[in-house]
Design a protein around this ligand. Structure first.
Ligand code: BGC
Length: 746
């Protein structure tokens, strides 16, 4: 057969198969739309859900209200065998075309990928994402996770952590978006939008005020309503309202007396009624404590098992203790979310993860997330051509960079970088180092220089290496994980003394921090440059090297304050649970004890709305590095502030790149409210990330959402703009605000 003939035949078969598969699809769709009218995509998600509910038996309804178990946290159902290996599994209802829910933790990438023989990109930690202050970047962050979830066979991701950094020693600070409710809320919404655009259900967690890990299953958080609405709850409000998120995970703790997962004020009054959330509320794993009370309060779904929402729910429904309409509302919310996010119309199909594409995104996001905290005498960027020797110092900086632990943990493809290959399966509360080697990345940049490594285990030895080198780069870390809080903001493992000794030996000392949040730096005055690289993800070391050697101009800003000491925090000591409030982990069925409710202990957030910079401002406490701070290799000039007051005030100003490098500046807008509002001195009300060539100027205009200028009026149960004089301040950090103007707003 001639080549032309061959290709004609091939073309014919291709056409034939495509046509017949198209016809088969049409036939199935026709059949579906006759027997399953809810498969008609022209109908709204609510109509579709209502139609399905009419066909469901009581058992089928109950089946959607809970998971199939997790070892150690609940009983196990034989159905769990069909789980895809993630944290949660809810069987589908094939006769009605309703898919199973396959849920995986996915804070900075898909969890337990290695254990399941799969692969996932580790993005820089969520707090690093927040440090970009880039909504498009946050969208890309969520989209990548959504794609990798689908590729692995999941249709629901459990990321979306947005608890405020009220307590920076919280072991999950790296999983959240910093201390400001507006920044955190907008960033989490953008990430969820990116994720859900991949036809994956997203969730926002842990609702609410789960701001420390210590005693999380027992603690009762006391906070007044106004402070809560203007701080932690505002982050959730913005996150929910700007994203159409499919699910909200209620947290382990109690809030003002009731467990969050049976707290009517949180779940129904606020989330479902005020904020018009039409997705479903699921518990944190083992966060349910009742059937009737929780159901009436607005809890829709229990995970990971069915202590309260299985047999117990059925009995309660049959006895009329849980009204049928309430049961149907729970089911409706789950089904409507499935239709709205497209997981019914676009069933998950496993596929190969785009490894290279993922690594590229991870590197670019990290480059945008690295904060240049200090840069005396333009120590950075380093000029590789002029350096003869570089000392790379710090624990494991030859092989890897640290990552965040707990249920957020993404496991590296070849295991923990500090263990022999294949020996590094992730284990609870064990730090995992990602195989992204600072030493290798620096060597690749400075091919003409001698680059030597010292772990810093012996600070004297490290200092003597530093002394011989043109420049010393110290990689310092502070590991964080769920299920623990940090005892202090100080660096562990004697690293403060290591850095001091190296800095004393070499005046050109650069410190790169791998931390999930702020740390104290008694040596800050001794070193010439400091970079905050966070938990840097799969491509962390290349991103750091690109910033250190100037291929990338840093543009990130701190989403949280670095205080001078633990003593300056609103609570100098973390409030720890008494022994009586701790579960007995030696018991195999400890989950029963947790479900029954542990005796509460009290934690009072008397700093109220004064979270992060609002606290330091109000208390006149100096800080090490302020919220919103971050340097660049160029400089920016701010001028010509204009305020147009009105219902939605407009703030405009001119921003100029006054240096000789292209860069992107996060221009921040803060407001002081009239004295009658009784608020902390200022709050962030908007920002814009602006890219500028050397010498270029741009006029920036921001419309300020009236809610961001309001207070929460408890009596009126609503946001209230207090008429009066508002001062707007604009600049590159919460403590560098060169433009200032007052306007009257009615
Ligand atoms: C965590 C959640 C997580 C869940 C499932 C809990 O321990 O608090 O964030 O989604 O486990 O793994």
């Amino acid at each position: 057969m001639s080549q032309r003939m061959q290709s004609a035949v091939r073309y014919f078969f291709l056409l034939f198969f495509s046509l017949s598969s198209l016809l088969a699809h049409v036939a199935v769709a026709q059949q579906n739309s006759q027997s399953h009218p809810w498969m008609n995509t022209q109908l709204s998600p609510d109509e579709r859900a209502s139609q399905v509910i009419k066909q469901m038996t009581l058992d089928e309804k109950i089946q959607l209200l809970h998971g199939t178990g997790m070892v150690g946290l609940s009983p196990m159902s034989p159905l769990a065998i069909h789980s895809n290996g993630g944290a949660g599994y809810v069987p589908g209802i094939p006769r009605l075309g309703i898919p199973a829910l396959q849920m995986s933790d996915a804070a900075y990438g898909v969890r337990v990928s290695g254990e399941n023989g799969r692969y996932s990109t580790a993005l820089p930690s969520d707090v690093a994402g927040a440090a970009t202050w880039d909504l498009e970047g946050a969208y890309a962050y969520g989209a990548l996770i959504g794609r990798e979830l689908r590729a692995q066979g999941y249709n629901m991701g459990l990321g979306g952590g947005v608890n405020l950094t009220r307590e920076p020693r919280n072991g999950r600070t790296f999983e959240y978006m910093g201390e400001d409710p507006i920044l955190a809320g907008k960033m989490v919404a953008a990430a969820i939008n990116g994720l859900q655009a991949q036809h994956v259900i997203g969730d926002i967690k842990h609702y609410a005020l789960n701001d420390q890990e210590s005693g999380r299953n027992a603690v009762n958080v006391n906070i007044n309503k106004r402070a809560a609405r203007e701080s932690d709850l505002l982050a959730f409000e913005i996150g929910v309202q700007e994203s159409n998120v499919g699910a909200v995970m209620c947290s382990y703790n109690r809030v003002n007396g009731d467990y969050a997962c049976e707290n009517k004020y949180l779940l129904t009054d606020l989330l479902k009624n005020d904020w018009k959330f039409n997705g479903f509320v699921l518990t944190d794993w083992g966060g349910a404590h009742s059937t009737e009370k929780a159901s009436a309060a607005g809890l829709d779904h229990e995970q990971p098992g069915w202590i309260f929402y299985g047999e117990e729910m059925k009995k309660a429904v049959l006895a009329g203790k849980v009204p049928k309409a309430q049961l149907d509302d729970h089911v409706h919310r789950i089904l409507r979310t499935m239709f709205a996010t497209g997981i019914v119309d676009h069933p998950v199909q496993k596929s190969v993860v785009d490894v290279e594409g993922g690594l590229d995104i991870a590197r670019r996001l990290e480059e945008q997330a690295i904060v240049l905290l200090k840069n005396d005498h333009q120590q950075l960027p380093l000029d590789a051509a002029k350096l003869r020797s570089i000392a790379v110092i710090g624990p494991h900086a030859d092989v890897g960079m640290i990552s965040g632990g707990g249920s957020a943990q993404v496991d590296p493809p070849v295991g923990n970088a500090i263990l022999p290959p294949g020996k590094g399966q992730t284990r609870w509360l064990e730090p995992i180092w990602f195989p992204t080697s600072p030493l290798k990345s620096i060597r690749a940049k400075a091919a003409g220089a001698t680059v030597e490594f010292d772990s810093g285990a012996d600070p004297e030895k490290a200092a003597s290496l530093a002394k011989r080198a043109d420049v010393a780069i110290v990689f310092a870390y502070q590991w964080e994980s769920e299920d623990m809080d940090l005892p202090t903001l100080s660096l562990p493992e004697n690293q403060d003394s290591l850095i001091s000794k190296v800095a004393a030996a070499n005046p050109h000392t650069v410190v790169v921090l791998e931390t999930g949040g702020p740390v104290t730096m008694p040596w800050a005055g001794q070193v010439s440059a400091i970079l905050e690289a966070w938990f840097a993800g799969s491509k962390g070391s290349d991103a750091v090297a690109n910033v250190v050697f100037g291929d990338v101009n840093p543009s990130a800003k701190l989403p949280l304050t670095f205080p001078l000491s633990d003593a300056d925090l609103p609570h100098p000591q973390i409030v720890k649970p008494p022994r009586t409030s701790m579960p007995d982990n030696t018991k195999p069925e400890v989950w029963k004890q947790i479900a029954a409710g542990l005796p509460p202990f009290q934690l009072t957030y008397d700093e109220g709305v004064k979270v992060g910079y609002k606290w330091y401002d109000a208390e006149n406490k100096p800080v090490l590095f302020p919220f919103g701070h971050g340097l660049s290799y160029t400089t920016y000039a701010y001028s010509d502030l204009k305020i147009e007051s009105g219902k939605t005030p407009r703030v405009s100003f001119t921003l100029k790149n006054a240096g000789d490098r292209t860069g992107a500046e996060v221009a921040e807008v803060y407001a002081s409210l009239p004295a009658a509002a009784s608020e902390p001195p200022k709050r962030l009300v908007g920002w814009s990330k602006v890219k500028l060539n050397p010498g270029e100027s741009k006029e920036v205009t921001l419309e300020i959402e009236p809610k961001y200028l309001s207070i929460f009026n408890v009596e009126q149960n609503g946001w209230q703009l207090i008429p009066g004089e508002y001062t707007f301040m604009v600049g590159g950090s919460s403590q560098s605000l060169p433009l200032k103007q007052t306007a009257r707003i009615e």
